[in-house]
Each structure stands twice: as structure tokens, then as C-alpha cells.
Write a protein that binds this ligand. Structure first.
Ligand SMILES: Nc1ncnc2c1ncn2[C@@H]1O[C@H](COP(=O)(O)OP(=O)(O)OP(=O)(O)O)[C@@H](O)[C@H]1O
Ligand SMILES: [Mg+2]
Length: 330
């Protein structure tokens, strides 16, 4: 069974200055399978937080359906199996960390007899045990973020919905949160989280759902991500003359002279040997061979962060001139 099923969700907001509504979700559809880590990726304003609030039943969709564990979003038993870290959590400043967690634990129905033990355990998990007696007003942003994660996991939920769990964390804090989430996933929990920190997303996710302008533009599995990340192989050579690579069009996508050197881009790993052999045969010298792997960030920047509806700049041949060379079909 899917932990989250979202189908055709729409939502409009009225702007501050006008009565006209603006549709910010335009039929969002995706699912998070039980036990997987699904990343939710999109530019600022794409609709991530709005979708997350609808999934949790905190705001109502105009249309479409959302189910958690097969039950309608917002119903009590779905909520009790879900832990939530909001994008901007509110922390009562005068409570100590332990008091805050006691309060959250009672709200989320942790049995009184288990509460102290659970609090001890989550404080160890997020590495805040030494600060349990400190008032939250004295916490740094990164400590608050970890306190927020502690409250989200306190009642041992089956599903974690985390809106930007890595924001405000230094590299040590990011690593800690990443390890906590990896551990929760290993224990069979479902994790759905938005993030702009793409290496963390890459390290943790089984799949990534990409939202753009209020619709899911693409859902990529890890294997597809790896395939997209497989970059080209670049050979730098000296002494390449016209005709040196003649007849190797199947193996070489481009060969660009820069001064005395030529950058040869090989289409796939399996062609590298024949290209290098040809270069040596024809008297050229190979200076370097480099595999250029694309990170999720590169993929996002080059192929996903484009506007959903680019200005129609049609070439006479009918193709859009704005399309990048490595377009992958979003
Ligand atoms: N309560 C609201 N009233 C009016 N407009 C809203 C409201 N909440 C969100 N919006 C608008 O909806 C759009 C989507 O916002 P949302 O917060 O879901 O984006 P996001 O993907 O979470 O962005 P970010 O990465 O900046 O957190 C934005 O244009 C935002 O201005
Ligand atoms: Mg947001």
C-alpha cells in the first residue's frame, strides 16, 4: 500500500492586492510507496509547502484527493501515524527542550508511561541530550531544526513528512540529520521530504518527484538519476589534425580545438578505447581522459529549472530554439 497517494490536487490562492485567484497547484499527482524515501524537489514558489500542508490536512485542496495509508488526509489515524516537521516551526521560547517534547508527546498521544524514555531516546538521536534543560529561546537555528526533528519522530510514526529538514544546518548537523533519516528508512519508515540541498537528496532518496509551476514535472527513480548523472567522457589531446577522427562519428559527439589542444567528447565509455587508439595511430598525444559526472544539481539547473512554458521561440524548422542540447524529455 502507498503511504501517500496524491491525485489531481488543485489549489488557488487569492493575491493580497487583487480579488483574482491564482492557481498554485494545477493537478498534483504522485505517490510515496511504503518504506521509500521520496524527495520533493522544486524551485522557490513551485508549490512544495502548499502540497505538504494539503497532504497533512492542514489546508484544504480545491480539487483532487489525498490519502495516507489508504485513509483520507487529515483523519485521526492517518495523523497519528505521521510525523511532521514544518518549514517554519513555532517553538514556545520559554519552554525547555524537555518541556517542549513532553508537550508534543502528549499532543501526539505518546502513552505517559513511555514519554520520559522516548524523550531520552530522541534527544540522543538528534544529539541534543546535553541541552534538554535549556530554554528554546537560547537555541541556535540549527539546534531548533534538530529539536523540530525530535518532535516529529517522538511518537515513532510510520511516515515522516519533512519540509526542508536540512535548512539552517551546518555540515555536521546536515550529516546528523541525514544519518537519522537513513536509519529511519532502514527501519522501514516512509520519508517524504522537500529540500534544496541536492547532494542530501541524492544520498537519501529512492526517488525524486519534481514539481514545477504547480504540477509534477517528473518522477525520477534512483537508476534514472544515476543514468542522467552519467556524464560524457572528455579526452584532451594535442596534435589532432583535420581527418584524425574521420569515420568515428558514432563514437565522438564533438571535437573542439582550443589553441594547440583539442577537446574530444566521447559519447559513451565503451568508445573510449577506439578513440584513444585512433589518436595515437595518427600521431596525436593524449593529455587527459576525464569522466564528467553530472550531479543532481547540474541536472536540475540544466534541465529542470527551465520555465514550464518557455516563450515560444520557434525556429523556421519548427523546433524551439530555447531547448537545451541535452534535453531529456521533461
Ligand atoms: N496562504 C497563501 N496565500 C496566498 N498565496 C500563497 C499562500 N501560500 C502560498 N502561496 C503562494 O503559492 C505559491 C507556492 O508556495 P509554496 O510555499 O507552496 O512554495 P514552495 O515550493 O514551498 O517554495 P519555497 O521553496 O520557497 O519554500 C507561491 O507563489 C506562494 O506565494
Ligand atoms: Mg516551501
Amino acid at each position: 500500500m502507498n503511504a501517500i497517494s496524491v491525485s489531481g490536487v488543485t489549489k488557488s490562492f487569492r493575491g493580497d492586492m487583487s480579488l483574482k485567484k491564482r492557481e498554485v497547484l494545477r493537478g498534483v499527482t504522485f505517490e510515496a510507496r511504503s518504506g521509500e524515501a521520496l524527495g520533493f524537489l522544486g524551485s522557490n514558489g513551485a508549490g512544495k509547502t502548499t502540497s505538504i500542508k494539503i497532504i497533512l490536512g492542514l489546508i484544504r485542496a480545491d480539487g483532487g484527493t489525498v490519502e495516507l495509508f489508504g485513509r483520507p488526509a487529515g483523519c485521526r489515524d492517518a495523523a497519528s501515524r505521521t510525523g511532521y516537521l514544518p518549514e517554519m516551526p513555532y517553538f514556545y521560547p520559554h519552554l525547555t527542550l524537555a518541556e517542549f517534547l513532553e508537550f508534543c508527546g502528549r499532543l501526539s498521544g505518546v502513552p505517559a508511561r513511555d514519554l520520559a524514555r522516548r524523550i531520552d531516546r530522541v534527544l540522543e538521536t538528534v544529539d541534543l541530550a546535553p541541552h534538554r534543560g535549556l530554554r528554546l529561546k537560547g537555541f541556535s537555528k540549527g539546534m531548533l531544526q534538530r529539536a523540530g526533528l525530535a518532535q516529529a519522530i517522538l511518537h515513532d510514526p510510520d511516515l515522516l513528512v519533512l519540509d526542508e529538514p536540512f535548512s539552517g544546518l551546518d555540515p555536521v548537523g546536515r550529516r546528523l540529520v541525514r544519518d537519522v533519516l537513513v536509519d529511519l528508512k532502514a527501519r522501514g519508515k516512509t520519508i517524504f521530504f522537500s529540500s534544496h540541498i541536492l547532494p542530501d537528496m541524492e544520498a537519501l532518496c529512492d526517488r525524486v518527484a519534481i514539481i514545477r509551476d504547480g504540477v509534477i514535472a517528473k518522477t525520477l527513480g534512483l537508476d534514472e538519476l544515476v543514468r542522467l548523472g552519467e556524464g560524457r567522457i572528455e579526452i584532451t589531446a594535442r596534435g589532432v589534425r583535420p581527418g584524425t577522427l574521420a569515420g568515428l562519428d558514432e563514437c565522438v559527439s564533438s571535437a573542439a580545438p582550443r589553441g594547440e589542444e583539442t577537446f574530444v567528447v566521447v559519447r559513451e565509455q565503451r568508445f573510449v578505447r577506439s578513440v584513444i587508439e585512433r589518436l595515437y595511430e595518427r600521431g596525436a598525444d593524449v593529455i587527459s581522459v576525464a569522466g564528467v559526472r553530472r550531479s543532481l544539481e547540474d541536472i536540475f539547473m540544466q534541465e529542470i529549472a527551465r520555465p514550464a512554458w518557455p516563450a515560444r521561440a520557434e525556429t523556421p524548422g519548427g523546433e524551439r530554439s530555447s531547448e537545451p542540447a541535452a534535453f531529456v524529455g521533461f
